[in-house]
Design a protein around this ligand. Structure first.
Ligand code: C2E
Ligand code: MG
Ligand code: MG
Length: 731
């Protein structure tokens, strides 16, 4: 039963509408009214021309007075023309929340006032001259209608004037006046239709004007369906039942009337036709209403998706920065009491891995809820992934952040969760929110993985490092194009002969401002900003070019290991890129080793495993970098087919003193051999380490003991002067 009631109340438009929906319907009506105004202007202009040609011109030729004739035959049409024009301009100039410009204000003010004056002048006719009708009662009815029409015309003029004054002087939305103008217009149309058709009918003509007016009103102006039923129903009832079947002193019957001696009939079937007409029209109005409502809902959803983060319902980053910019501008003093926060969730990746994406999404939505509660009246948004940003007041910041941290930490008993937050204090009201967020983000980044520290403020000591990061991001293209990115080569040697069997290419950024930059200064930033592929492509190309030059010069060459970032596989087609370089410089594939770090592979992304397979098929040697530094080393060994495993240098740190470390290394090397992988240990700095590694069967060694990463020319010098012996086998 409830369902049925709900269904009907929805169909008839009794349901509660949101402000957005109401405004949308209202705005649609205003848009339609522009056309209505335009139609009225056209119609009245045509009527005026007609009057001039058919009435005034013949009478002028017969010697009539022009001004008298002009007033007599055109005054009413001018009035309606003025009304149409006023309505059209009023609706054309309509803009929610915007001040009216001076010229528009003057236009509306003049046209509205002219209407009021003119209406007042002409309305006297309704009181003084009874309309030419066949009966006195009819004359009274028609005069009453005329009075109503003039009153409504006057109201429209008055509402246009008042509306213009409010909009221009106070920039206030005056929805009531907008409604008054449109509703008055609706009523005028209906009254006009009834008035004209009523007299037409008594004059023996069809009631086309009435029908036109109800269609005009019903299809262009859409109110709630029950309102439509009431208004149209009342017009039909009033017109058909009360007026057309009106009996005066028994002189004529309902369906048969005598006009000027002739019998006029309302054909009996018409009652049914009128009802059918009314129902059809009402149905069309219903359909348009519901169509508009669903448009409103779609528009709302679209608007929402452009402004909100789809998962959490917080603002999205773009919208956040836009709103924050306005808020920042509004700050007039006490700038540093306003802060931007960048909040990162500790261990979110681990949570996602262990609990699955769905739970991960739920967790993020919950965090968004915490944020909205804790930072009420502030701007909160999700920037991306597990990163949130807030623009708020600095008071009680510490308490608020520790509440947030406690809530996040308490979300899961088994996974150590928490937040780290960077805080950036505003220093003026012309700051760019994006830069402020970047700074807060940088600050947060400095306490990543420090679970005890919840937040840190961005300060001057950070600004130099931050500037450098920004510099890297902004200059990566310059660096690539100007050759600031160069590979340094670090030798890899056989553990038995200590002869060089390869080199690892390690990137260096030779900067005109900062001098030489090391990978830890640019690789993490470039990864964070998803620009790393630009650098890697440049390094790959330089390496291929260096190999080609060496070969062209007749020197013997050794294979070079290239470091691939995990993102290289997302940001470019890494296999194709390398292949095209290898072809361009005509390099044999066995001169290139593909190094991928272990941590890159823990995500188990299909693009990564596909790329690994393609490299393998093409004949590249695959090397697993930094083995033992991540979390899931053994799975990586199981899931991928590497030729060489590079054991992380951390295993060597206490080799001499720790029996455990020695046993562990021994086991790793044996295990790798058992699954047909060769081994290399990185970071070999002492002879004792090298001897031990050789003794337990590690095939290759790399480290400062044999050489630091150096430029190509230095490497060549070392080979030429015999410091570095080159092996004749490198497989
Ligand atoms: P990685 O690939 O594990 O490279 C070995 C790092 O250990 C190099 O640091 C190297 O200089 C350092 N190293 C080598 N032998 C020793 C030693 O005996 N003692 C010590 N303490 N360190 C040693 P570097 O050049 O600073 O590179 C750091 C990391 O940056 C690299 O680690 C690699 O992951 C990344 N990287 C370097 N160049 C590139 C590149 O062109 N592309 C990408 N994607 N990553 C690169
Ligand atoms: Mg490496
Ligand atoms: Mg390594």
């Amino acid at each position: 039963m409830k369902k049925i009631i709900r269904f009907f109340s929805r169909v008839f438009g009794f349901e509660k509408l949101s402000k957005y929906e109401k405004d949308y319907l209202h705005d649609s009506n205003i848009r339609s009214s522009r056309y209505m105004g335009f139609i009225v202007v056209l119609l009245e202009a045509w009527m005026l021309i007609r009057q001039i040609y058919s009435k005034i011109v013949p009478k002028l030729q017969a010697g009539g007075d022009f001004s008298e004739l002009f007033i007599k035959y055109t005054s009413k049409y001018w009035l309606f023309l003025l009304i149409g024009l006023g309505l059209m301009l009023f609706c054309l100039f309509y803009q929610r929340d915007k001040k009216l410009s001076k010229s528009k204000f003057i236009a509306l003010l003049s046209i509205g006032s002219a209407e009021m004056l003119y209406t007042a002048m002409l309305s006297q006719e309704a009181f003084t001259q009874p309309s030419a009708t066949i009966t006195p009662i009819m004359a009274n009815i028609m005069n009453a209608m005329l009075i109503v029409i003039y009153a409504l015309l006057f109201i429209i003029g008055a509402s246009i004037v008042t509306y213009a004054l409010f909009k221009y002087l106070k920039n206030k939305n005056v929805v009531v006046l907008e409604h008054v103008a449109i509703i008055s217009f609706t009523l005028i149309c209906l009254a006009f239709g009834v008035y004209v058709s009523y007299s037409d009918f008594w004059g023996g003509k069809e009631i086309i004007c009435f029908l036109t007016m109800v269609i005009y009103v019903g299809c262009l102006l859409i109110y709630r369906p029950y309102v439509t039923v009431l208004v149209l129903g009342a017009s039909f009832l009033g017109f058909y039942h009360v007026l057309l079947t009106f009996q005066e002193g028994g002189t004529f019957k309902a369906q048969e009337i005598v006009i000027n001696g002739a019998m006029q009939k309302i054909i009996s079937g018409d009652a049914v036709n009128y009802i059918t007409f009314f129902i059809s029209l009402a149905t069309i109005c219903f359909a348009i209403y519901h169509g508009r409502l669903s448009e409103a809902r779609k528009a709302k959803a679209l608007e929402k998706s452009a402004k909100e983060d789809a998962l959490t319902g917080l603002f999205n980053y773009n919208n956040f920065t836009k709103l924050a910019r306005d808020k920042v501008r509004d700050v007039k003093d006490g700038f540093n009491e306003n802060v931007f926060l960048f909040i990162d969730v500790h261990n979110f990746k681990a949570f996602n891995d262990q609990r699955g994406f769905e739970e991960g999404d739920k967790f993020l939505t919950t965090i968004a809820g915490y944020l909205s509660d804790i930072f009420r009246d502030s701007l909160c948004a999700r920037q991306a992934d597990d990163h949130f940003v807030v623009f708020t007041k600095a008071n009680d910041l510490q308490e608020r952040l520790s509440t947030l941290n406690d809530l996040v930490r308490g979300y899961d008993d088994e996974i150590l969760l928490g937040i780290n937050c960077g805080v950036y204090r505003l220093s003026g009201n012309n700051e760019d929110p994006r830069l402020a967020i970047d700074r807060a983000r940088y600050a947060a980044h400095t306490i990543k993985n420090r679970f005890q520290t919840i937040y840190i403020e961005y300060d001057k000591t950070m600004s130099e490092a931050f500037r450098k990061r920004l510099y890297v991001i902004n200059n990566i293209d310059n660096a690539v194009n100007n050759g600031w990115i160069v590979p340094f080569y670090q030798p890899v040697v056989w553990s038995d002969s200590k002869k060089m069997c390869g080199c690892e290419a390690l990137a260096r950024w030779k900067d005109p401002v900062y001098g030489q930059l090391f990978p830890n200064e640019f690789i993490p930033v470039l990864e964070e900003y998803r620009l790393i592929h630009k650098l890697d492509k440049a390094i790959f190309e330089s390496v291929c070019r260096d190999l080609r030059e060496a070969m062209d010069a007749g020197r013997s060459v050794v294979p070079i290991s290239l470091n691939f970032s995990r993102l290289d596989f997302e940001l470019m087609d890494a296999v194709t890129e390398l292949e095209s370089l290898v072809k361009k410089y005509n390099i044999s594939r066995d001169l290139i080793h593909v190094e991928v770090t272990e941590s890159a592979l823990t995500d188990n992304l299909s693009i990564l495993s596909d790329a690994m397979d393609r490299f393998k098929e093409l004949g590249y040697s695959l090397w697993l970098d930094d083995f033992g530094s991540g979390y899931s080393s053994l799975n990586v060994l199981k899931d991928y087919h590497f030729d060489v495993v590079k054991i992380d240098m951390r295993f060597l740190s206490n080799l001499e003193s720790s029996e455990k470390a020695r046993t562990l290394l021994d086991c790793i090397i044996k295990m790798a051999n058992r699954i047909n992988m060769l081994t290399l240990t990185e970071g070999v700095e002492t002879k004792a380490q090298a001897d031990f590694l050789h003794q337990i069967g590690c095939d290759r060694l790399q480290g400062y003991l044999f050489g630091k990463p150096i430029p190509k020319s230095d490497l060549l010098d070392r080979v030429i002067n015999g410091e570095l012996l080159v092996s004749d086998k490198y497989l």
